[in-house]
Write a protein that binds this ligand. Structure first.
Ligand code: ASP
Ligand code: MG
Length: 416
């Protein structure tokens, strides 16, 4: 007998009929002899609806953040109750737990709190009595008993944190896709499911635009060595196991291609090449809470240089204003911006031991006449910024040039 955490996302619990399907899956696992702790998201897009209600009130004050969490946490509370009822109807013992009742302790940063600790004593008592705990994802409580939420998509993190502390055998994340794919199957027809991927690769993919898992959840799983499996609630299948390197026989060169249009590029031209200039430019940007992704500074030519960086597209207008201000202050020549860009990243641990991945990538893009605007690399990732117009073309060309359609041992599957 083993202990597993099963997490079901919004699309998996979108209606009572869906909730019944989920309950039957949990029952099957029970019949196979597993103890199960369940974590759920809000039904369908209920969290979006709650956000929209708050937007209607339109009170943008820091005091509203606490109330925002009370509001957002209500979505998951609906699901835990309905799923527990359904499990009981099907003859199981089950009991719902809000984040507070499950003693999920977080910091006090409303709407993006971090889990600090979970007191699992009471959950353990339930498990020992054969009761299935159904825990609300995405929420906890701070040291003053305020309700907190973990940031959008945070139910994955709840599941992994519980899995880590309960020392489960596997944390299963049920979703509407059959696993982690080599790239987005809606864009590249030949995209296929991966049997195994490493934590490191998944982390890069998650932070580079693959929306399958919350980055924080992957970080957590990697830190606490929780075997994670992504699988479909709608279709039986093995899903994708996310684990440490070295489990599969041979590491593919490239595991996946991720991309995002959620990018914008800013350039400040003709700045003096002196110590402190990067900090003078990026300091005010970070003070405005704008996240900077790629940064490139050119080689100085006669004491002056150019500086380019990318931000999230939603932050573009604000970042541009700040940069224009900075340009005046430091006497830069000009500020330019472009919010019609996309970032595409190829990820694979096999890159560590193989030269030539970058040059092949650049050649493939050149053959399609796609201009690369920026490049950044890490040990297991190469990212390029290109005109967003060419994103699909680039993804397809690279997927085929690197033979990713053959990545899985199974036949490529299609969603029906
Ligand atoms: N319901 C929350 C959201 O939609 C949390 C989650 O689903 O993970 O962001
Ligand atoms: Mg969700």
């Amino acid at each position: 007998m083993s202990l597993i955490v099963q997490k079901f996302g919004g699309t998996s619990v979108a209606s009572v009929a869906h909730i019944e399907n989920v309950a039957r899956r949990i029952l099957t696992s029970r019949k196979e002899g597993h103890d199960v702790v369940v974590v759920v998201s809000a039904m369908g897009d209920d969290t979006d609806k709650l956000v929209a209600l708050a937007e209607e009130v339109d009170f943008r004050d820091c005091r509203a953040q606490r109330e925002m969490d009370v509001l957002l946490a209500s979505g998951e509370q609906v699901t835990i109750a309905l799923l527990s009822m359904m499990l009981m109807k099907l003859g199981c013992k089950a009991k719902s737990f809000t984040g507070t009742q499950a003693r999920i302790q977080t910091d006090a940063v409303h709407t993006r709190a971090r889990i600090l600790n979970i007191d699992i004593a009471s959950l353990k008592v339930q498990i020992d009595q054969g009761i299935i705990p159904v825990v609300a994802g995405f929420q906890g409580r701070d040291s003053e008993d305020n309700i907190t939420t973990l940031g959008r998509g945070g139910s994955d993190t709840t599941a992994v944190a519980l899995a880590a502390i309960l020392e489960v055998d596997e944390c299963q994340i049920y979703t509407d896709v059959e696993g982690v794919f080599t790239t987005d199957p809606r864009v590249v027809e030949g995209a296929c499911r991966l049997d195994v991927i490493t934590f490191e690769e998944m982390l890069e993919l998650a932070s580079q635009g693959s929306r399958i898992l919350h980055s924080r959840a992957v970080e957590f799983a990697s830190k606490y060595q929780v075997p994670l499996r992504v699988l479909s609630s709608f279709k039986d299948g093995p899903g994708t196991l996310i684990t440490n390197e070295g489990q599969s026989m041979e590491q593919p060169l490239i595991s996946g291609i991720a991309f995002t249009r959620d990018e914008a590029k800013l350039t400040i031209l003709g700045v003096k090449d002196i110590p402190g200039i990067a900090s003078a430019i990026l300091g005010p940007i970070s003070e405005a809470n704008i996240m900077v992704d790629m940064i490139v500074q050119n080689v100085a030519d006669d004491m002056s240089t150019d500086f380019t960086f990318t931000v999230r597209r939603e932050d573009y207008d604000q970042a541009l204003k700040i940069l224009e201000n900075i340009a005046q202050k430091i006497g830069a020549k000009e500020v330019k911006g472009n919010n019609k860009i996309a970032k595409l990243s190829m990820v694979g641990v096999g890159m560590r031991s193989h030269a030539g991945v970058a040059s092949k990538m650049f050649r493939v893009l050149a053959d399609e006449s796609i201009n690369i605007q920026m490049i950044s690399t890490s040990e297991i990732k190469i990212s390029v910024v290109i005109n967003e117009k060419y994103l699909e073309l680039a993804a397809r060309a690279l997927h085929s040039a690197f033979d990713l359609s053959g990545a899985s041992l199974d036949e490529p599957t299609t969603t029906d």
